[in-house]
Design a protein around this ligand. Structure first.
Ligand code: ADP
Length: 434
């Protein structure tokens, strides 16, 4: 306001002095004042044009760019402001769509159990979900950090480098939490790499199964090869006539033993793979566990008498509904072990009992026992507790594996308790299978 008054005073005083000069020139003929008049006029014109241009520009400057049509303005600007309003609307709509698709992306990726990380071509992380950090067991990256900060492991770096170079890559990362599969793919737009997308998956279980499968295959090959090599060797000697007549029968016995070992092994593998593949028909029938135990002991009577073992079956005639072949194999394997790993003149007790929710089969022996270090592993395939001692005792290392799978098939559990006095295997089957 002060400035305006000051400016008006200057203009008025400039105007009045120019006027007086003009009067002097016209009436008194003092032409030397002409230059001063000219300068005064220029000054007045400059000030007036500054004021006018400010007046003209002010409404344009005051246009609210977010709401261009909200205030009254020059009619001439109407088409431009209308256009601006339309464009604002379009930008707002696109912005809302972008926000909602970002929200959707985040909802979807957050509900994934896999990790996902998106990085630009400079490796800066643009987006990621919490799954990625959970699986890698690290704190979320800060804004602007590189994807390489996710892991220092060499396979991970190589994977990212490959993807940055335009090739999809995969690797397995071993973390404290388990094994993770990393899949990195380049994000190309018309042959230009704009960044990469990385998936992180938990493959701990798969890797464990894969290791088990590899070990199983190599164990089976080894176990099949050993008796076959012996049989081949003896057959070769017999064919070449280098076996003395009196040794023929003993070599014949060796061949029979090895062939028996092969048959047992193959039968065990077949049983296990049937249980594994769930190939057994669901033919549940009523089984009297007491009677079945008696049958099994009758089948094993030769082995029992060879070691002078006393067997007692106690308990009740409990009926369960289940697969007879599998339950037979479970009890048979436990009894067979109770004989094999028993001492001469030892005892075996088979007890059939029940509580309201479970049927319990306990097979106890007075044998060599199982030390604590082996207890957790004896149910693994091909695991034999005391290699040197068990080598003298025939076995495949598959019996307890079959027991465990057979019991699981019926929804039950099996556990072992052992001391220097002997071993007990306790099988519990749920009562609703009755
Ligand atoms: P195997 O064919 O060797 O008997 P199993 O799977 O049946 O295979 O048993 C695995 C290992 O557990 C055996 O090699 C043996 O060392 C141990 N074991 C099983 N049952 C008994 C038992 N009743 N007493 C002592 N050790 C046992």
């Amino acid at each position: 306001m002060k400035n305006k008054i000051f400016l008006s005073i200057i203009i008025i005083s400039a105007f009045s002095s120019v006027s007086s000069m003009i009067i002097t020139v016209i009436f008194k003929g003092e032409t030397e004042n002409l230059i001063s008049i000219f300068l005064g006029l220029i000054f007045i014109v400059a000030v007036v044009s500054a004021i006018l241009s400010e007046r003209i520009v002010k409404p344009v400057r005051n246009i609210d760019l977010d709401h261009p049509k909200s205030k009254k303005n020059y009619e001439e600007l109407s088409p431009v402001l209308e256009r601006l309003k339309l464009q604002n609307g379009r930008v707002n709509r696109q912005m809302n769509e972008l926000i909602s698709s970002r929200k959707q992306f985040s909802i979807i990726t957050e509900s994934m159990k896999e990790g996902i990380v998106i990085a630009d071509k400079k490796t800066t992380v643009l987006a990621s979900n919490s799954g990625a950090y959970r699986l890698l067991g690290i704190e979320p990256l800060k804004k602007g950090q590189s994807i390489y900060a996710l892991s220092q492991a060499e396979p991970f770096r190589r994977c990212i480098q490959d993807a940055m170079g335009g090739r999809s890559a995969e690797c397995i990362l071993k973390t404290d939490l388990g094994e993770r599969k990393i899949i990195a793919s380049p994000a190309n737009v018309s042959a230009t790499i704009n960044g990469i997308v990385v998936f992180i998956m938990d493959v701990t279980e798969q890797q464990k199964l894969e290791t088990m499968r590899r070990e199983f295959t190599s164990n089976v090959s080894h176990e099949l090869k050993t008796p076959l090599t012996t049989i081949y060797g003896i057959a070769d000697m017999l064919a070449n006539g280098i076996v003395k007549q009196e040794d023929v029968s003993s070599f014949g016995q060796d061949i029979r033993n090895e062939a028996e070992r092969l048959i047992t092994l193959i039968n065990d593998i077949v049983s296990l793979s049937k249980l594994d593949e769930n190939l057994l028909p669901k033919q549940d029938e009523s089984i009297d566990l007491y009677n079945l135990s008696e049958e099994i002991i009758t089948r094993l009577k030769q082995n029992i008498s060879e070691k002078n073992i006393t067997v007692s079956i106690i308990g009740e005639h409990i009926l369960i509904m289940g697969n007879r072949t599998i339950i037979d194999e479970v009890i048979y394997n436990l009894c067979d072990n109770a004989i094999k790993y028993n001492n001469d003149g030892g005892r075996i007790e088979i007890k059939i009992s029940h509580i309201p929710t479970k049927v319990i089969i306990t097979v106890s022996d007075t044998g060599i026992g199982i030390s604590d270090e082996h207890k957790d592993r004896i149910f693994e395939r091909f695991y034999r507790a005391d290699k040197s001692r068990s080598q003298k005792i025939k076995g495949t290392g598959l019996g307890l594996s079959i027991v465990k799978h057979g019991v699981n098939y019926h929804g039950g559990t099996v556990r072992v308790s052992s001391s220097e006095e002997g071993t007990s295997f306790i099988v519990e089957l749920p009562v609703d299978k009755k």
